[in-house]
Design a protein around this ligand. Sequence first.
Ligand SMILES: [Zn+2]
Ligand SMILES: [Zn+2]
Length: 393
Amino acid sequence: MMDYRAEAQALRERLVAWRRDFHRHPEVGYEVHRTAGIIADVLRGLGLEVQTGVGQTGVVGILEGAADGDTVLWRSDMDALPIQEENDTDYVSSYAGKMHACGHDGHMAIALGAATLLSQQREHIKGRVKFVFQPAEEMGAGGALAMIRDGVLDDPEPDVSFGLHLWNTLPLGQVGISSGAIMAGSSFFNLRVRGLAGHAAMPHTTIDPVACAGQLISALHTIVGRKMDAMAGAVVLSVTSVETSSHAYNAIPAYVTIGGTFRSFNAYTSEMLEQHIRSVAVSVCESVGCEVDIHIRHPNIPVVNDAGVVRRLRRAFAQIVGADHIVDERTMASEDIAYILEDVPGAYFFLGTANPAKGLTYAHHHPRYDFDEDALATGVALACRAIGDYVFD
Ligand SMILES: [Zn+2]
Ligand SMILES: [Zn+2]
């Protein structure tokens, strides 16, 4: 068996160079053309069979082993966020208003590092490894589903799927892995409260959607605490935007739009939340004579890890980071790898990257987010160890 830690450590300089290049050139959503081009070139250089344009701009590299065996899928995302970076490192984003603020630049470096090391072991591989680089993970943009529609889970069909997220709520070097639902399904709601516009000095001649929206926001915030079974698992509802149709101080607007999100770990709870939001919106609005248009969509289902795979990975990872560095981790954040894991059993896990001594503690999606690059080599070792558990004897 290869010494994954030492081999990954020897790659450190290349990992950092890849990560910083991606960080300087962040691309958002499906517009990851430069990023995908570099990834395809590296994978071809390693001798992998490369498909591009999968799910618009996704890239797949297949590392074919010397004998038959399992097909293992490793997924990395590629997209950045529409955020203006506020760091002043020498690898700061060179594109205005765009930033790798979630660590996906690191995910790509790790996947390329694992492809590099495993391609050197090709003659010992039984089966094959499918390295999947996905666009449009952020903001419910549907990149995983786009790649699935384009056949990323067919021909060859994976037997097991993996991925990791660098995680700034865990200290550097810790691995967070749990079985069952580990990341929430997320839904977005948009409620347009329609009244009757008019002069603010004569509110009795209007139907005021602002007053109604105020009541509705309060009522929405009581759903989780008063309507949901406390034993039904973690659930959250947040109102995140309120907008009136006019902005004059002396006019009652025609309508107010309320936006927000709700998240839970199972489809039944999500269904219950949706029903409560609909009935609360209709009854509050009706009580004051307003009407309401309700739009709810469900961009992400929960990420569910396979218990058997997690047991196997916990044992394998203990050899890389030590059993005392492996913790349980679940989050109300969402990830569309959920759709891959819905079809192919596997595991998604978190690798700690926070380092307070270097000031690297900002949350994901913060304009000053950054992570400790010492995590990159550990990520490569973990990826190779996870994949190796299925393709090496
Ligand atoms: Zn993110
Ligand atoms: Zn992310």
